[in-house]
Design a protein around this ligand. Structure first.
Ligand code: HEC
Length: 200
């Protein structure tokens, strides 16, 4: 820029409107129509700068720190895991099956129930007292897991066998049945009661 222009009102880099003295865009003339060379309003410029700053921060979080909440795939996976965990538990109650349990924990739990509740009438060693002998091959109501489950659930009140539907869970009933079949059947109790029912 030439020195002598500094103090002049007009700058030679620009052209000025002859009437209003507003700055005009140089070499920009359509049949005499000119455009003013106004500065952008500060609010607009700041908005623009802020979007640039935002995009830089965003890119750093996404590509450098792999921030989880910006990656849709991972956000989706996380949501799926959460949903899986909050699913209502489809417990064994629904899949409860009347099959003999042979694991030690179930047998031990079954023995506990037997000693505490059943032994009063059937004796600890299963020899029988008020209730029939559980060690022999004779059964009044059948020897399958289902047969025994039904008797323990509904009882035979008129004969003195108590229903355990409310007192013992299905699992506990199955455990005590398993204990009888695995641990008492075929043993020799101290004072065996005479066989009752049919031989199986
Ligand atoms: C108050 C005494 C009493 C108690 C306690 C008792 N029982 Fe009995 N139980 C009997 C009697 C009596 C019978 C025979 C029922 C009949 O003649 O129909 C019987 C029958 C049974 C039978 C059927 C036996 C067969 O020959 O078909 C099973 C199985 C049985 N009890 C299991 C149990 C279990 C398991 C418990 C503990 C949870 C239990 N009982 C507690 C008195 C009892």
């Amino acid at each position: 820029m030439a020195k002598e222009n500094i103090n002049q009102h007009h700058n030679e880099d620009y052209e000025y409107d002859t009437l209003t003295n507003d700055k005009l865009i140089k070499d920009h003339d359509y049949d005499g129509i000119r455009e003013l060379d106004n500065d952008l309003p500060p609010w607009w410029k700041w908005l623009f700068y802020i979007t640039i700053i935002f995009s830089i921060v965003y890119c750093i979080r996404l590509f450098v720190f792999h921030s989880d909440d910006l990656v849709q795939d991972r956000e989706y996976e996380k949501a799926m895991v959460e949903a899986e965990m909050n699913k209502p538990v489809q417990s064994e109650a629904i899949e409860f099956k009347l099959v003999l349990l042979e694991d030690e924990t179930s047998i031990a739990s079954g023995k506990e129930t037997w000693d505490k509740i059943c032994a009063v009438c059937h004796l600890v060693d299963g020899g029988g007292l008020v209730g029939p002998n559980m060690t022999d091959n004779y059964w009044i109501h059948g020897n399958t897991v289902e047969d025994m489950f039904n008797i323990i659930t509904t009882g035979v009140i008129e004969k003195g066998m108590i229903p355990y539907k409310d007192q013992l869970s299905e699992q506990k009933r199955l455990e005590v049945i398993s204990f009888i079949l695995v641990k008492l059947q075929g043993t020799s109790p101290a004072t065996p009661k005479a066989p009752e029912g049919t031989e199986y």
